[in-house]
Design a protein around this ligand. Structure first.
Ligand code: HPA
Length: 247
């Protein structure tokens, strides 16, 4: 059975080495996922792939149906989910092109539906989210990266912002004062919903740009996408090495 899913972010709407064997349209009680789930073989393992912004990259972060995406993946029977997220780097070592496996999150998103546990409950549910990412999957990614000499930063606190606009320089200063090291728009509520569904979820975050106010240059989509290309090539290599190591 397919045990692993990859959720692709900006810069990863398809995976080069993925031999596609089918596409599954899944209906969920929460509406439609970002698109059909792509089933295929990557490095000899069956995986599901779902680009969270849609195949043509048209769904902005605040419009993603995170519940439908996680529900659909859960329905396939996968147990582990590797999310790929484009981010801005706040800490000095988080330069464009770097890969990070974050270990913490602060959620600054607003007005996103962020739970499965709200209607028709027999009892109120509060999940434990002390460690927002699945530590065994995180360690797996880190160890495999080391073994194939792909440089990854092993920890970091991900600030999840609402978007779709990028932050102001003052907002980034506040995020840094709060203890955040990288900033992106897609990790929440995705990570929390995955935990609610008891999926083992970890992120490979790719630095697309220095966070607002940290570099000299104006932040444009063109520059962000260009920086991402290089990082995503290494993400693909890392995924191809990690997937066979998961059981
Ligand atoms: N901020 C928020 N999300 C992002 C950024 C950023 O600087 N870069 C890529 N996604």
């Amino acid at each position: 059975m397919t045990k692993v899913a990859i959720i692709g972010g900006t810069g990863l709407t398809s995976i080069k080495g993925l031999e596609i064997t089918g596409r599954e349209i899944v209906q969920t009680p929460f509406g439609e996922p970002s698109g059909p789930l792509v089933r295929g073989n990557l490095a000899g393992q069956q995986v599901y792939f779902l680009p969270r912004h849609g195949a043509a990259h048209t769904i902005p972060p605040h419009k993603i149906n995170y519940r439908a995406n996680i529900w659909a993946l859960k329905e396939t029977g996968v147990e582990q989910v590797i999310a790929v997220n484009a981010v801005g780097g706040i800490r000095e070592d988080m330069q464009p092109g770097k890969l990070i496996v974050p270990d913490q999150v602060i959620d600054y998103t607003v007005s996103r539906t962020n739970t499965f546990f709200e209607d028709g409950l027999k009892q109120v549910v509060h999940i434990d989210f002390t460690e927002p990412f699945c530590e065994s999957l995180r360690q797996n990614i880190i160890q495999v990266a080391e073994s194939v000499s792909i440089d990854v930063i092993k920890e970091g606190t991900y600030a999840a912002t609402q978007g779709p606009r990028l932050e102001t320089a003052a907002e980034v200063n506040r995020l840094e004062n709060d203890g955040c090291h990288l900033v992106g728009m897609t990790c929440m509520p995705e990570a929390a919903l995955a935990r609610e569904q008891e999926l083992c979820y970890a992120s490979i975050s790719v630095v697309a740009n220095l966070a607002a106010g940290r570099g000299e240059e104006e932040l444009t989509m063109e520059k962000i996408e260009k920086n991402l290309n290089d990082g995503m090539e290494r993400v693909r290599q890392l995924l191809e090495a990690v997937i066979p190591s998961l059981d």
